[in-house]
Structures are given as C-alpha cells and as structure tokens.
Design a protein. Structure first.
Lengths: 298, 418, 360
C-alpha cells in the first residue's frame, strides 16, 4: 500500500516539475503556436542565474528566493529579444520557427559553455529544502522531499498566477482575444505585435522560474535544457493547445504514469511506454485532451 | 518548370539505372575472404621538426561536461614535453578535433586525424561507445589511440593503449573493500550503456562467488535527470550499499534525490566509479560528503609527481579547477607515449608497440608500468571518501600497482563472462 | 542568363551531376574525403524525401531519423550476421548477450534478399501504419512534428535499452564486409560511393517524376488548401500518406547505404537531434526545390565537417548562425536566392508598376 501511495506522490512531484517546465510553453506554444526549441535554454538561463546570484549572495535560502524574480526577468528578456529579433518574422511558419530556434539553442549552449565552463556547476540548496517530511510513519515510512513540495507549491502558484493574469487583467483579455481571432483583435485596436511580445516575455520568464526550481533536483549545465524540452512539448500537445487545464492535468497524469510504470519495469521501458501511450492517445484525440474552439481553420 | 514529355523522362530513369549498373560493376575490389588485402596504412608525417598528435574529445554535446577537462590535461602534458625539448627532438603539435558526443562523428574525426593530418598518435575518447566506434578505424589504419578512461574491460585492440583502469583495477577492488566492511547486500544503479551493464555483469558474478546478494539492478538512459523512483526503489530494498555506475548529468540528479529520500552515507553508502573531483564540484559536497569512490588517483594522492601536476594544472587553467583520475590518466598517456617513442627511436606505431612493454613513468598516481601483452598499465587501486571540502580522501589502497587483467582470466568466478 | 530551358535544362542538370559525382569527385578527392562525400550524399537522399513530403506536401517530417534508423539497422543486422559467419553470433552478442543463438527477429535478416527489401519496405510499412492513423485523424502542423519526434525518441531509447540484441548505445559497429566484399579495401569503398551516388540520382529522378505528375499537382494543392481539395472530392489523407511513405522509403534506403559507407549505425543517428539535422539541410537549401534540398543537405553536412575541423571549440556558433540567417531571412532557402535577387532587380526596373503579390 505504501508503495502505491509513495509512487503516486513521486508521480505528482515528477508531474510538478513537468508542469513548471511546460507552463511557459503553454503560452508560447499553446497560445501562440510557436515551437521554440530555445525554451530549454531559457530554463538553463534561469538555473545559471541562480548560480550567479549564489556567488554574490551568501545565504542559500535568500539567494534562491531572490533568484525567482530575477530569473523570471532574465529569461523573459531573452525571450522578448528572441521574439523581436526572429520569431515575429516567422509566424505561420511553424517548422521554420523550430529550426531557427534550434540554431539559437545551439548558440546559447555554446555561449553557456564559454561563459561558465563546460562542466556542470553547483548550487547549494538551503537546509530547509534538503530534508523530507514524513506523511505516514512506521516501519516503512512514506516521506516526501521538501524540495519536491517546494516545487509543487511553486508550480501551483505559477498556474494560479497565470490563470488570473489571463482571466482578469486587461493584458490577459488581449492575449485571449489575439489567440481566438487575430484579425478581429487587430481591427478592434489591439496591437497584436505588442501582445505577442508580452506573451513571449511571460512564457519565457516562466521558463526561468522552472530553471531555478530545477537547480534543486537536477544538474546545472549547458545541456540541461535539451534534456527536458521534448517532454514539455509533449505535455502541451497531449493537454491540448491553448488550454491551461489540459496542461495541468496531463503533466500530473504523465508524472504518475511514468513513476508507476518505472517502479514495475525500468526507466527506459517506462519512457518508451509513456511515449507510445502518448502517440496512441493522440490517435484517439488528435487535438489533445481539451481543445480551444477558434475560428481559424488551421 | 514546364512539364516535359513522359517518354523523355523515362529515358532519364533508364539512363541513370544503366549508368549506375555499369559503374557498380566496373570497380570491384577484394572479397572479404581474399587473403592479404592491400596494406594501405596511412603513414604518420614526421618529416618536419614537429610531430602532430590528435586530440579527440567531445567539445560540444552532452559529453563535453567531462571531456573538455581531459583535452585540457592532454594539452598540459604536451606543453610540458615541448618545454623540455619535445620527443626525439621534435616539438609536438596537437590537432584538436570535436567528437561532438556523437559516435559516428568520432569515427569520422579519427579517420581525418590519421589520413589527412597524418598524426603519429591520437589521445582521447571517453565513452565506451565512442571507443568502439573508432576502434576499427585505428585498427584498419594501423595507428595508435591512447584511451584515458576507466572502462568495462573485455577488450584488447592491438592499436589501443588503455591508460585508465580495467575492471580488476577498479571494480573488483571496490567489491573487495565492500566485502571487507561486511556490506553484503548491494543495489546496482547505472546508466544504460555498455560500461554499467558489463560492470554489473561482473558484479553479479563476483557476488555469487563471494556470498553477496544483489537486491536490484536499475538503468537510466544517459542524460536522464529524474531519479525519484529509483531512489524509492533503492530505499525500499534496504540494501547495505549502492554500487553506482551512473555517468555524467545523471549523477547530479541521483544524489540530490538520494539525499531527499533521507538516505545518507551512514545509512546506505554509495560506491561510485564515475564520480571524480570534477563531478564532486558540480554536484556539491552537500550531497556527497561521506560517500565512497573507486579510482586510481585523487587530487590528494601523495607524492612529488602529483604535487607538480596539480600545481601546473591550476597555474594553467585556474586555482578553482580540480584534477581527477581521467585527467591524470590522459596526462600520463602522453608521457608514456613519449617514453615509448624514445625507447623505440621511432614514431612508427609497430615499433612503438614493440617497445612498450615495461615502460615506466613516475605518474601523479605513483609509478605506472606498461604491460606490453595487454597494452594496459599497472595501476594502484584506491578507495576514497568524499570530504566536505569537495576533495576525495583515500581510505584504502592496494599497496602496490595491480597487474591489468582485462578479461579477468585470473579470477575463477569470472570464467563465464567472456 | 541561362540559354537552356525546360527539358534540356533538366537533362543538362542530370548529366552535369553525373559527371561531377562519377568522374570529377573521385578524381579530385582523397579516399577519406570521398568517404565523407558518400556520407553527405546519404543525407541528401533523406532530403529528397523531405523535399517531397515537406516542401511539396507541407508535412512537418521531423521524425526521419526513425526511418533512417530502420533502414540502417536492417542493413547492419544482415552485415553483422554475414561478418560473424554461419553458426556464429555477432561479436557484440558474444560480449554482452546471454543468448547462445540469434534472437528470432534477427534470423530473417540472415537472408540478403530479405534484408535488402526490408531496408526500404520496413520503413515504408511503419510509415504507412503511422500515417494512415495520423492523417485520417487530421493531425497537422505542430502536432505532427512533435509526434514524429516522440516516435524517433522512443525508438532510440528502446534500442539503447536492448543492449544484448541491438548493441545498445554503441549501435552496430565494426562492419567488415558488404555482400562478400571487404569494406577495408579502398576500391570497394569507392564502389560503395558509386552505388550511393547512383542511388541518389535515381531517387532524384523518381522524385522529379512524382512532382511533375498529376499526383504532384494534387500534393501541392493539399499543402496549400487541404479543405478545397477535400471539397473537390479527393481524400487528402491518401495524398499525404503516399508522400510520407515514399519519403520514409527514401530515408530507409539512405540509412541502409550509410552503413557500408561509415561502418556504423547507432541510436545517435536516430533520435531527435539527427532528425532535426536532416530537415535543416533541406530547409537551408530550399525545401520545395529538389536541387535546393539536395544541395542544401550536402552543403550543411559539409559545413559541419569544415567548420568543426577549423574551429573545434566554437563551430556550433557558426552552425547556429547559418541556420538562423538562412531560415529566418530566406524562407525559400538558398534555392530562392536567385529568384529573390531577380525579383528585386525587376522591381527596381519597373518601379512604377505596383508590386505583384509574391508566393511566400
């Protein structure tokens, strides 16, 4: 029993990481249909921001908390820059966008290697994040790591913040209007170019926050972005483009599925099974779990 | 373009096919069973007052995290040799190529170094997969490769010198150490590739013969960074110790998860065979303090040769840069090649090979001796404990260099392995 | 200004390419460089398929590594069995495996005819199976791209996990012979190059045939307006399926010929990165033009070698920059460069004339 419960909790924590990585993409890919392969490098930028801040701020806990807004701004600015330089020329050419941002991702990786060195770098986690809490005691205790709880909380907070932004603010209304009908939004007096750039800033900024979170569980190095990026795209595709709730549900379902399968088989087999399950699912529901009805035929 | 007549177009196809057939039939070389295919070994170019050597490491891609430091170490050794007059009076000119963490690229670059640059020898490669990819290239061209990383054994190419540890110089001593400490229930965690899988086969055989039990065996694809489930499995197994053959990025995620699961070096020690000082630095002693490693060299290894090596390395690349076992083996490999060439009095690979037996070098790890028969080297096995300062402190050593035994012929329990 | 038009130009193009590939290249290049060219030509073969499926059909074929790998492994499995000789296991199985005889799914590949057919038919069958589902469900655009990548990644991870029977991460290495011929011999290496060059020309001719046929027109129509084609009574799913399956077959053949040229096939040639690299060559050269796609693929592969030889530590900057400049600022690839320049000149000449809408 504890095994099943434990794996479910593990799955939820894997899902939280996935969700945090995919959340930024739900804006740039989900809302704007841009396949940005450099998103992984924005995550990397967030992680390196944490590293740099830790060198100047001594307390591990404080520097981590400071890193969250700073990484949001650093990655967001990188994203807005990329949008302004390249992506705005490439709307409606999805595969070109993918290939161009792939080129950007290669360059950013090499840049990281030249600035910070090829080997991975280290950040210290604050003591209050390295322990764990016991949910069920006894001979076979069920514990959850503090770092995982922190990431779960961060993911939930980010989802809530993003939902509120999209639902309640004028900016959110404009983004939704542009997604649902670009031409109509344009003639209604919305500057679609500005909305695009702002949405890209937000989406990339969320990648930066994911990068800060990843320093708690994984390596910080030039290729850390490539390791996670495809999983994140899959979450969006399965969840349904343009739908936040689909992304949230799918991230957790995939997390639990992966952890349960992995417990009974191996990591490789579980990965292959999850990928095959995704392909099969998309045969059944090609538009993902939830679909946004738009007036466009594409 | 205007659409042409279909008859004309058909002529293209017929013409193309005929052309292909003619060309394919016109040139036919040796059959596989034909004896003595032409000897086309590219001869190294040693005519000038310099001699070229190849440095073949991944400078981009996932393996760059490890291989760049090996390249740096090779360059240090070359600089030292050049400063003291070179080899046979010739300065060494290194040609660096990027294997890009991609095995076919390694094969391509190896061929380029041998055939285009006419290097006298090549140093590098890290993963077993890259070594397997270049092995036929070096054998066909009869050129030498010096491979500086500990590996899974069961190999003895006539054109490769293995200056890292083979299994009986690293894995077997680590198992002996665990046994002597009474840690008899093991859990095996490794990356999904040749070295961990072969290492674990050896561990299984050793365990069977020595009354140890293996409670579980788990593999993660190279580069995977999600280890919470494996940490759960390890924890649930209640093993005495974990034998870790993970490589690269995965180690960072594994040890972060290991600590989060509440496992410590006291409750369940981990013996790692791919974590050296460089990796300790990138994971953090916060997660690693007290854990064990098995190598032949640590930055803290005593001796004048090591003091000199560490000092020179830090002077060249920065005071915060640690030295590690693969870097030391790479550094040693260049010096060994120099000694072999000087004994042979020639850069010719066949003569260098013939001269190799018994060559010794006062390496940072202590005195090493080349075994001409296996082309491996005698190395001292060392178990170390990772300290809070990020350095590794030796807790046990084999006392004297261990004779290399890549096929484990001297171990009766290993008879079924190869 | 070119004096040749239409048919004659095509003829001249083929003749020129044949002279270049069969006469000039073998004379001008060393054995090593010729071997590299053989490798580039293999990627060009994949690009021919991509030109058809993506350039003409608008399908985002981001999983060509899967088909390349299927073809490559089919060929390499046969060659490994042949190298080992009758009754023996391939070398890596003796090292890493536990079985004492060939696994059942290896056995048919001992037959050369089966293996050769499988290099093309296996990828085509897989593509047909996948495509028939995917296109019928009208999966399009980004979905299709990500789905293809997921499949390529799954196949690579599976291969890595089955070390005892697939060679794992190492792949199948050290291939010695090619249907009885010793690959060690430079003469035979040259023959392999000729076979590859001939195969490439054949594929180009085949693709050209398809593009200029009625089917080719339909394919472009589906790309540009799927709904309209549907309203006209055609089934766009079938039209796309044919392009997808043909492209898969071409990638399979390329993979199969890659094996004797390079002597190795590994999961590193299958996953997401190589799949993207296959597409990038075609995109840089010009996806909709056969000549552009082929030259682009060869050019990008050559640039990778040349740049990494020249700047081993910084070549990825240049490579990234090349992709960005070529794709962001020249949507039709280098093949459209002439057109772009000509149009610009024309526009300057007839400054008064209102600019006519250009096809993107």
């Amino acid at each position: 029993m504890t095994v099943i419960l434990g794996q479910t909790f593990t799955g939820i924590s894997i899902g939280a990481v996935l969700l945090l990585i995919a959340l930024g993409l739900s804006l740039t890919f989900g809302q704007m249909n841009v396949i940005n392969m450099a998103h992984g490098e924005f995550i990397m930028a967030g992680a390196y921001t944490t590293y740099v801040l830790q060198k100047s701020i001594s307390g591990a806990g404080i520097s981590l908390l400071v890193a969250l807004p700073v990484a949001f701004i650093v990655s967001g600015a990188l994203g807005a820059l990329l949008e302004w330089l390249l992506i705005r020329r490439l709307y409606l050419r999805p595969l070109d966008t993918l290939l161009v941002t792939w080129g950007v991702s290669l360059m950013l990786q090499q840049l990281a290697r030249d600035i910070f060195g090829a080997p991975n770098v280290q950040t210290r986690a604050p003591d209050w994040l390295t322990g764990n809490v016991t949910l069920i005691g006894g001979a076979d205790p069920l514990t959850v790591a503090n770092s995982r709880l922190f990431i779960l909380g961060l993911a939930v907070a980010a989802v809530v913040a993003l939902t509120l932004t999209l639902r309640l603010t004028p900016l959110g209304r404009r983004i939704r209007a542009v997604v649902q009908n670009r031409d109509l939004a344009e003639v209604s007096g919305i500057s679609t170019a500005r909305v695009d750039r702002t949405a890209f800033f937000l989406g990339s900024g969320l990648a930066g926050i994911a990068g800060v979170a990843l320093t708690l569980v994984g390596p910080i190095g030039p290729t850390m972005g490539t390791n996670v990026i495809i999983d994140a795209f899959l979450v969006i595709v399965v969840g349904g483009i343009g739908q936040l709730k689909g992304t949230v549900i799918v991230a957790f379902v995939l997390g639990v599925l992966q952890s349960v399968l992995e417990y009974s088989t191996t990591l490789s087999v579980a990965k292959v099974l999850v990928l095959v399950a995704i392909v099969a699912f998309l045969q059944w529901r090609p538009q993902g779990l939830y679909t946004l009805r738009t007036r466009s035929l594409v | 373009m205007s659409s042409g007549s279909s008859i004309l177009r058909r002529r293209f196809l017929v013409g193309g096919a005929a052309l292909a057939a003619v060309v394919a039939l016109s040139a036919c070389g040796a059959k596989t069973d034909a004896a003595g295919s032409s000897d086309k070994a590219a001869k190294a170019d040693v005519s000038g007052d310099t001699v070229k050597v190849g440095l073949l490491n991944s400078l981009s891609g996932t393996m760059a995290i490890s291989e760049v430091t090996v390249r740096d170490s090779l360059k240090l050794a070359i600089d030292e040799i050049n400063a003291s007059g070179g080899v046979l009076g010739k300065k060494i000119q290194p040609i660096s190529e990027d294997g890009a963490s991609d095995w076919p690229t390694f094969a391509e670059k190896a061929q380029k170094l041998i055939q285009e640059d006419r290097v006298a020898a090549t140093f590098g490669c890290w993963t077993s997969a890259s070594r397997k990819a270049v092995k036929p290239v070096f054998e066909k061209n009869k050129s030498l490769l010096f491979y500086p990383v500990q590996y899974e054994g069961l190999e003895q190419s006539p054109y490769i010198f293995y200056t890292g540890a083979t299994t009986n110089q690293q894995i077997v001593p680590a198992l002996d150490y665990l046994k002597s400490k009474g840690l008899k229930k093991l859990y095996l965690v490794g990356s999904d590739y040749v070295f961990p899988r072969t290492a674990n086969k050896i561990i299984q055989a050793y365990a069977k013969a020595n009354g140890m039990t293996i409670l579980g065996e788990d593999y993660a694809p190279l580069g995977s960074t999600e280890f919470s489930t494996i940490a759960n499995k390890v924890k649930a197994s209640k093993a005495d110790a974990v034998f870790n053959t993970l490589n690269g990025d995965s180690n960072v995620a594994f040890f972060k998860e290991y600590k989060s699961a509440g496992l410590t070096a006291k409750s369940m020690p981990v013996v790692s065979v791919s974590i050296a000082e460089e990796e300790v630095k990138s994971i953090g002693s916060q997660y690693l303090a007290g854990q064990l490693t098995a190598w032949n060299y640590y930055q803290t290894t005593a001796g004048a040769a090591n003091e000199k090596f560490v000092k020179a390395y830090k002077a060249k690349y920065g005071a915060d840069k640690p030295t590690s076992d693969p870097m030391e083996a790479a550094y040693t490999s260049v010096h060994l090649w120099k000694a072999m060439v000087e004994k042979a009095g020639s850069f010719d690979p066949e003569k260098v090979k013939a001269a190799s037996d018994g060559i010794t070098f006062e390496a940072p790890e202590g005195k090493v001796t080349v075994d001409g028969a296996t082309q491996h080297i005698h190395k001292t096995a060392r178990i170390g404990e990772i300290g809070t300062d990020g350095l590794i402190k030796e807790v046990w050593d084999s006392g004297k260099p261990v004779e290399p035994d890549p096929y484990l012929k001297g171990y009766s329990w290993a008879s079924g392995l190869s | 200004m070119t004096l040749l038009h239409g048919r004659a130009r095509t003829w001249a193009g083929f003749a020129g390419a044949a002279v270049l590939l069969f006469a000039l290249a073998p004379l001008a290049l060393t054995d090593f460089r010729l071997g590299l060219l053989a490798k580039y030509l293999c990627t060009a073969m994949v690009a021919v398929g991509i030109c058809l499926a993506w350039g003409r059909g608008g399908l985002l074929t981001l999983g060509q590594g899967l088909f390349f790998g299927l073809g490559g492994y089919a060929m390499a499995m046969h060659l490994k069995i042949a190298d080992a000789g009758p009754g023996n296991l391939p070398d890596f199985m003796q090292l890493y495996g536990t079985a004492t005889e060939l696994p059942w799914w290896w056995r048919p590949f001992a037959n050369p005819a089966f293996a050769l057919a499988a290099t093309v038919l296996l990828p085509m069958a897989v593509a047909a199976l996948l495509g028939s589902f995917i296109f019928r469900r009208r999966v399009k655009g980004a979905y299709f791209a990500i789905l293809s990548q997921a499949l390529a990644a799954a196949f690579a991870i599976w291969l890595i996990g089955q070390q005892a029977t697939t060679g794992g991460t190492n792949g199948l290495t050290d291939i010695q012979g090619f249907f009885g011929y010793d690959l060690d011999d430079p003469v035979n290496q040259r023959t392999v190059y000729f076979v590859i060059a001939a195969a490439l020309l054949l594929l180009i001719a085949l693709a050209r045939q398809l593009i200029h046929s009625r089917y080719g027109e339909l394919l472009v129509a589906v790309r540009d307006s799927e709904e309209r084609v549907r309203f006209l009574g055609y089934d766009p799913a079938k039209v796309k399926l044919v392009a997808y399956v043909v492209a898969a077959g071409m990638a399979g053949l390329a993979g199969a010929l890659f094996v004797p040229a390079v002597g190795i096939i590994s999961p590193a040639m299958i996953g997401i990165v190589p799949s993207i690299e296959f597409v990038i060559g075609a995109a840089v050269g010009g996806r909709a033009s056969l000549v552009g796609a082929v030259l682009g693929a060869i050019g990008v592969a050559w640039a990778k070698t040349a740049l990494s030889e020249e700047f081993p530590a910084a070549w990825t900057y240049f490579q990234g920059l090349l992709f960005i400049v070529a794709l962001a600022f020249l949507p039709g690839g280098l093949a459209s460069l002439g057109g772009v320049l000509r149009r610009r000149r024309d526009r300057q000449r007839k400054a008064a004339v209102v600019a006519v809408g250009e096809a993107a």
